[in-house]
Design a protein around this ligand. Structure first.
Ligand SMILES: Cc1cc2nc3c(=O)[nH]c(=O)nc-3n(C[C@H](O)[C@H](O)[C@H](O)COP(=O)(O)OP(=O)(O)OC[C@H]3O[C@@H](n4cnc5c(N)ncnc54)[C@H](O)[C@@H]3O)c2cc1C
Length: 259
């Protein structure tokens, strides 16, 4: 760990990995291209008790039967469970109101600014833009407390916070914006962040939330363990019947859409 002392605080360098999420998603998808399809949910639905997932496509009815359906759709799990009248588990949302700032300062920053609270006062990650600038994405306490603020109020708070924490950087010409986003998890009694990844069987459905991206390997282990306990061994009947379905693109991250 690197440690330095400045006039207005201490700086620690942590051995934490920063992942480029779009490239992680692309790399994961690459291995399973032939098994990934884009479903138009206007024309698809589960047949109750999950006998099958039925998809209407180009006048054809495609019916997918499976030993287990694994729901790993984040916030979208709630709607899938409702479609099937599965009442347990329930989902909770913990909302955030993130701020982004696009500026001329030529450096990326990945940092937590910590104060006396157990959670960071501000968390910053950085994203390069096609025009060679950086967008700093601001979360942590700013985004948690900002949930009740309007966009102009939150931007005003963020400007004050950045001035207090980075007084040597000139943000006067910067472009500011906000993004509301929810974290989706299994419902907790105390509404806190669950400690582990979560996977639960409900009939032939497994509902899964990693709760943190870093816990995705833990989630995979839990799903595999459930399949093992239930003596499900994968069968692969081939996907030729589904070949007509469209394939999804990796979605653009919101910061790639900012001019
Ligand atoms: C601001 C923020 C910062 C975070 N920072 C960190 C961090 O530093 N470290 C960390 O480990 N975790 C972090 N997390 C948590 C992490 O992002 C989530 O735990 C993780 O993304 C959950 O992955 P997921 O695939 O379950 O859900 P999601 O990432 O929400 O993905 C679900 C996908 O399913 C799709 N979908 C929804 N419904 C359907 C449907 N019916 N059919 C098909 N597709 C559907 C959605 O469009 C979406 O693409 C952060 C979360 C937020 C919001």
């Amino acid at each position: 760990m690197y440690r330095a002392k400045f006039n207005n605080g201490k700086l620690y360098r942590l051995q934490e990995i920063v992942v480029d999420v779009p490239s992680v998603v692309s790399a994961l998808a690459e291995n399973y291209r032939e098994a990934i399809f884009k479903i138009d949910w206007q024309h698809a639905s589960f047949v109750k008790t999950v006998e099958a997932l039925q998809i209407q496509h180009n006048g054809q009815l495609l019916s997918i039967q499976s030993q287990r359906f694994i729901f790993a759709a984040g916030e979208g799990n709630e709607n899938l469970l409702q479609q099937l009248s599965i009442t347990q588990p329930k989902m909770q949302r913990r909302p955030l109101h993130q701020v982004w700032v696009k500026h001329d300062y030529p450096h990326p920053l990945y940092a937590h600014c910590i104060a006396t609270s157990s959670s960071p006062r501000l968390t910053i990650s950085s994203h390069a833009t096609p025009d060679g600038k950086w967008i700093w994405y601001l979360g942590g306490g700013l985004a948690t407390k900002g949930v009740d603020q309007t966009e102009p109020e939150l931007i005003a708070t963020a400007k004050e916070e950045m001035k207090a924490l980075f007084s040597w950087i000139d943000f006067s010409q910067a472009q500011w914006g906000c993004l509301r986003i929810n974290r989706a998890e299994p419902k907790q009694g105390d509404f806190m962040l669950p400690d582990n990844a979560y996977a639960k069987s409900c009939g032939n459905v497994i509902v899964a939330w990693p709760t943190k991206l870093t816990l995705s390997p833990d989630l995979a282990n839990k799903v595999v363990e459930l399949l093992r306990q239930e003596q499900i061994s994968p069968k692969y009947p081939g996907l030729s019947l589904l070949a007509a379905l469209p394939r999804p693109e990796v979605a653009q991250a919101f910061f790639e859409l900012i001019d």
